[in-house]
Write a protein that binds this ligand. Sequence first.
Ligand SMILES: [Zn+2]
Length: 400
Amino acid sequence: MQELLFLGLFMAALGIGWFLGRREAIKVGVMLAPHASAIDKQYFIGLNYLLNEQPDEAIETFIRALEVNPETVETHIAIGKLFCQRGDVERAIKVHQNLLARPNLTALQADRVQFELARDYLAVGLHHRAERLLNELVETSTSLRAEVLADLVRIHERERDWPQAVAVGRRLVKERESFAVTLAHYHCELAREALARSEVPQARRDLLDALSCQRENVRAMLMLAELELGQGRDAEARKWLRRLALHDADFVPQALPLLHKLAARGSLDLLAYLDEVLDNSQPPMMATVLAKAEELNKRSGISAASKHVLVYLQQQPSLSGLLYLIDLHKDSVEPRGYANLMILRGIVEALLVDKHKYRCHACGFSGRQLHWQCPTCHGWSTIRPLKGRELAAISPQQFN
Ligand SMILES: [Zn+2]
């Protein structure tokens, strides 16, 4: 069925192209016979192939029959693109290469064909060939510059060549402001590599560059806090964690290990910090609620912790909250009640095991781990922690 639809579309495109070719030939006063009759002949040979269910031969014949002139170039480009989208990249490359060899293309048309050819090469993984064509185009074509830079940056990203990705990304962001989010992550990737080489000052510069691209990049803030903590610069680490709470409190649970370290060194009043976060986030992340409960438990005992969790649980049912309460009270339950409580605990724990905690708002991918780049749609910063009702809605089968 799909094959028939494709052939139908293909025939329509060719028919229009063929008609335009003839019309252009008449307009410029070219004698239609015997040249035009040769095209007509090719066209009927193609039809014959089609009727005999030989689509490959039919397509080859039609392409030969289609005149290339300024009015049919777009048809040729569209045919090549159609082949590429259909997965027949070899044929798409042939169409675009043949087209590029024509001397009568305008500069704009030649750029367009070269761009499509580069995309064909990308589709079959010939990255170096695509890169060469795109590098030429980026210097010559102004109309396609943003698209060309976007394809080039995608090649560097796939190859994890972060210095190149940053260099091209800096040019792209001038054309597309929204690219700043992605560019910020490229700087974070550079920082990650610098840290692996133990080049702390370089990593710090890369992370500050990331924040100059996107002020609210939580990944850069978290990495800076960790870096400064590792260097014993607690005040700096605290500054980044405060900024994280201010910009995006939903990511505070990612910082809990760092917050606990700072608190253990006496460099942070964890309870005051968590209070501030909970006051500013609606609904709050349950992990933040539980972190505060734990602090209350240490300072004022079980009753204060339990009361605090119950207030949030009544507004926002949560399995992890329930598990926390069970653990909090299990030692004060009589032996028979204890056995029943442990059965309940096992059930709650089993429900939590496969629970997805993160979701990509661009493609809907969900998972148990936080990825800065979505593994499905490859968007950066598109995955966020789930909370409240979202968290319950992501895997309803688990609650049956
Ligand atoms: Zn996604």
